[in-house]
Design a protein around this ligand. Structure first.
Ligand code: NDP
Ligand code: DXP
Ligand code: MN
Length: 391
């Protein structure tokens, strides 16, 4: 029996996850239809996507007058700013919101989509890190599923199907270890932007790639797991696995460990979230390769050396302290990574700057949306000011 295609709104359509989502939609036109698209600054690619997918509503955040002018010329029907993102995420025809913007702008549109009863396919981990309590509570009240796209969380989600949370002994998130897995602290002091962007196993946007190099990404993923799966921090562990074949594991109280494996391709977790509760055949894509165990020479696992990657510790501490500490962590990290990418600070200064911001932060318990976003903005400003004084 033919069912109606799921109607998708895609925030961040021009990014790494956004483009891979459209690869999947393109191959499965009977299953998915794009009804809304949003991006920030890549207007020519957004215009190409609009021509190809013919969505009902288009938004471009376009946060400078020059970008806004270009949008008016090239995409005259597109909505601008946050209003545009909200219109995309709550459009009446949308069934599933794919939240794939980078950074901190995903929160309001995701909450609005939950309020409008949309299923959330979540790539933007920042949304849960800064406001996990609000998002999960709102989703629970509205009976709206939040389906993970992040590869580790997709793996855990798949391992947990048919299981009881009370049977979980621990979650084991795998980490590639990034490009500096074997670097000494002295070497880390002088690594270049180019070296930090050379991720060993994944091709991703610049921000998450630097976060993978500092291990901030893995810290954020621990916080993301805490909110998504409701598992306490002392039952969430990280193990380094450089091949990125095992995407994560769940150990149960009877000693059994379930793990999910595939070649490293974000098309698979994207397909998994979009098709849920069904599965689609990768043979129909033509671009996803199946894993052949005979070709995998060996798999390695090792402990994470927290001393060389202080961002991981800072993320876990912020998560455990709660309040607006995770917002301050995210705001400071956004700014510190931007400064590193611009060549203004060194690689280890990223952690130094974040730690200095967190030391100055006055946390607010149970923040609302405005307080959450203000804490992120405060941390960005403070990181910028401190970088001028301290560095
Ligand atoms: N890439 C990956 O493999 C993975 C990514 N993630 C998470 O997914 C999210 C996206 O990552 P990734 O795709 O790599 O990032 P990219 O930098 O490649 O893409 C970011 C996308 O978000 C858009 N965007 C950024 N800010 C805004 C805004 N204010 N309004 C509208 N659109 C905006 C960008 O638009 P434009 O390009 O037009 O400026 C672009 O489309 C991140 O939260 C990341 O942590 C999680 C797991 C894996
Ligand atoms: C693909 C994905 O989910 C990324 O978050 C990835 O996990 C980054 O790799 P690291 O394990 O190096 O952080
Ligand atoms: Mn991940």
């Amino acid at each position: 029996m033919m069912t109606k295609p799921k109607r998708i709104a895609l925030l961040g359509s021009t990014g790494s996850i956004g483009r891979q989502t459209l690869d999947v939609v393109r191959r499965f036109p009977d299953h998915f239809q794009v009804v809304a698209l949003a991006a920030r600054s890549n207007i020519s690619l957004l215009a190409e996507q609009v021509r190809e997918f013919n969505p009902s509503v288009v938004a471009c955040f376009a946060d400078t007058p020059e970008l806004q002018q270009r949008v008016r010329e090239i995409l005259p029907g597109a909505m601008l700013g946050e209003q545009g993102l909200l219109a995309v995420s709550t459009h009446a025809d949308v069934d599933v919101l794919v939240a794939a913007t980078s950074g901190l702008m995903g929160l309001r549109p995701t909450l609005a989509a939950i309020g409008a009863g949309k299923t959330i396919a979540l790539a933007n981990k920042e949304t849960l890190v800064m406001a996990g309590h609000m998002v999960m509570q709102a989703a629970h009240r509205a009976n709206v599923p939040v389906l993970p796209i992040d590869s580790e969380h997709s793996a855990i989600w798949q391992c947990l199907r048919g299981e009881k949370n009370s049977d979980i002994h621990r979650l084991l998130l795998t980490a590639s270890g990034g490009p500096f897995r074997h670097a000494t602290l002295e070497q880390l002091e002088n690594v270049s932007v180019e070296q930090a962007l050379a991720h060993p196993t994944w091709r991703m946007g610049e921000k998450i790639t630097i976060d993978s190099a500092t291990l901030m990404n893995k810290g954020l993923e621990v916080l993301e797991s805490y909110w998504l799966f409701g598992v306490p921090y002392d039952q969430i562990e990280v193990v380094v696995h450089p091949e990125s074949i095992i995407h994560s594991m769940v150990e149960f109280i009877d000693g059994s460990i379930k793990m999910q494996a595939s070649l490293p391709s974000m098309h698979i977790p994207i397909m998994n979230a979009l098709a849920y509760p069904d599965r689609l055949d990768i043979a129909d894509t033509g671009f996803i390769r199946e894993l052949r165990w005979a070709d995998v020479a060996s798999l390695h696992f090792e402990a994470l050396d927290i001393a060389r990657f202080p961002c991981f510790r800072l993320a876990i501490e912020a998560g455990k302290r709660g309040g607006t500490y995770p917002c301050a962590l995210l705001g400071a990290d956004e700014e510190a990574v931007a400064l590193f990418l611009a060549g203004k600070i060194g690689f280890l200064d990223i952690a130094r700057l974040i730690e200095a911001v967190l030391e100055r932060h006055q946390s607010v318990e149970q923040p609302d949306v405005a307080t959450t976003l203000e804490a992120c903005a405060w941390a960005r400003r403070t990181a910028r000011e401190l970088s001028e004084k301290l560095m």
